[in-house]
Design a protein around this ligand. Structure first.
Ligand code: AMP
Length: 443
């Protein structure tokens, strides 16, 4: 319950109004130390409830004192316009019973209009680094009174080349009392450097994003021969699955455009989102999907970062993501805040090893599904056949030997037609049982 936190009653009222009942793990971990004024370094993905984890303590700080303000008191820096819009919405929802004012400054919007907004001095300013720097340079933005600074999706800001801009903005907030840094991944050396230079004696909170993933989302794989086969599978799934909204991920822009073209040609109402699209197209695509006018979005990873679409309950990996982290990012978009979701990865022969490595990373087994009439001929390595995971073509003797060598056990022979025991599910680090290994299911 949210009343476990020492939050102002007006914030608790907003939480109740929004029908948030149970705080998510990141909220449980981050809100108390943030309320105590500690600097935090939090690893948590979009979809985990991380926004409320920093917005509530921020509002609590601002609501408390009757300070006469002349400049911005809290700054939220984040990588994309979409994330800024979502965050502003969340801030406004939580501050609805207070007098706290917030505003957003991102690229792609009228500079003069933004300057006018800044003249009214919002308490909380949310935005992307590039445009903030332009306002600093023009003298339309003053950050010297910022008390609290949030760097959201800091890893992504670094990926996008904002390191210098972020450092400059952080430097402008010289009098700040508290800084919270959130990132979806544990990041590399650049993020470690930023953490060291920006945070003071931070508390590190590493939320197990992987275990959160499995809570509301079923994860399946379907094998395919090639791209054309995958396209047929997508068409079948969109026609036969029950879903409110779906996103289909591809690894390249070219593939995203191609698939989008196919879907539209088949009469599916869809939008495509990738790095070549300008802000206007992106906004139109996201708005239409959010409103429900369009149910299907084809997207690349970069374009879909930070996307939070309510009711998104189907994710299809047209291409297998290249890493476990990327998989978590994609799948984390569905099954949010306890909702049900379905994630289906389409696997060609040469994706199998990548898929297996992602399974190992997640400490989970994907359910193997077969679509009748569209069955792939490759069903995985032969040694998985008996465990019910896959039934595939015979392997060469040499391969089989290698596989057998890899397996440390069992050593005892089992009668040919004896039922093999299901392997017990691996238990992930925090003790949550992942999805069980399932037999292929035919449609
Ligand atoms: P976020 O990770 O901040 O992008 O949050 C993902 C979605 O979950 C947003 O739509 C939030 O409004 C929602 N949410 C966050 N915390 C909770 C909660 N404790 N209960 C229900 N929904 C939540």
């Amino acid at each position: 319950m949210f009343d476990q936190f020492a939050l102002h009653e007006r914030l608790l009222k907003a939480v109740a109004e929004l029908k948030f009942v149970e705080p998510t793990p990141v909220q449980v971990a981050a809100i108390p130390p943030a309320l105590e004024g500690r600097d935090l370094r939090v690893t948590a993905q979009t979809g985990s409830g991380k926004t409320a984890a920093f917005v509530l303590p921020m509002l609590n700080r601002l609501i408390g004192d009757a300070v006469v303000r002349t400049d911005v008191r809290a700054l939220i820096l984040l990588p994309t316009r979409e994330l800024a819009q979502q965050t502003l919405k969340e801030v406004e929802r939580f501050s609805q019973f207070t007098f706290i004012k917030s505003a957003m400054i991102t690229g792609g919007e009228d500079f003069k209009v933004q300057a006018a907004v800044l003249r009214k001095v919002p308490d909380i300013l949310i935005g992307t680094p590039g445009r903030m720097i332009e306002h600093l340079n023009a003298g339309t933005l003053i950050l010297k009174d910022v008390e609290m600074l949030i760097l959201d999706e800091a890893d992504r800001m670094l990926d996008m080349g904002f390191a210098e801009d972020v450092q400059r903005l952080v430097g402008e907030c010289a009098k700040r009392q508290q800084t919270l840094l959130f990132s979806a991944t544990s990041g590399g050396s650049a993020l470690r450097e930023m953490t060291a230079s920006v945070l003071r004696d931070p508390l590190h909170l590493q939320l197990n994003r992987i275990s959160e993933l499995s809570e509301g989302t079923r994860q399946q794989i379907i094998t395919a021969e090639d791209t054309a086969h995958k396209e047929k599978l997508v068409h079948w799934l969109l026609a036969n699955e029950t879903y409110k909204k779906a996103v289909i991920f591809t690894n390249t822009r070219v593939q995203a455009d191609r698939l989008y073209g196919r879907l539209v040609a088949e009469g599916v109402k869809a939008f495509v989102l990738h790095g070549d699209k300008d802000q206007k197209d992106r906004k139109l695509a996201i708005d239409r999907v959010k409103e429900g006018g369009v149910k299907v979005l084809v997207a690349t990873d970069v374009a879909a970062r930070g996307l939070d679409i309510e009711g998104l309950d189907l994710v299809i990996n047209f291409d297998m993501p290249r890493s476990g982290d990327e998989y978590v990012h994609r799948i984390g978009r569905t099954g949010r805040a306890g909702a049900e979701g379905l994630a289906i990865s389409l696997i060609c022969h040469n994706d199998w090893n990548l898929m297996s490595s992602i399974e190992r990373y997640l400490k989970q087994r994907f359910e193997h599904r077969v679509v009748k009439g569209l069955k792939g001929s490759y069903m995985g390595p032969k040694n998985l056949k008996a465990s019910g995971k896959a039934a595939g073509p015979k392997k060469k003797k040499d391969d089989k030997k290698k596989d057998d060598k890899k397996k440390a056990k069992p050593t005892a022979k089992r009668p040919k037609n004896a039922k093999r025991e299901q392997p017990s599910p691996v238990v992930s680090q925090d003790g949550m049982a992942p999805l069980k290994r399932k037999k292929p299911t035919a449609e």
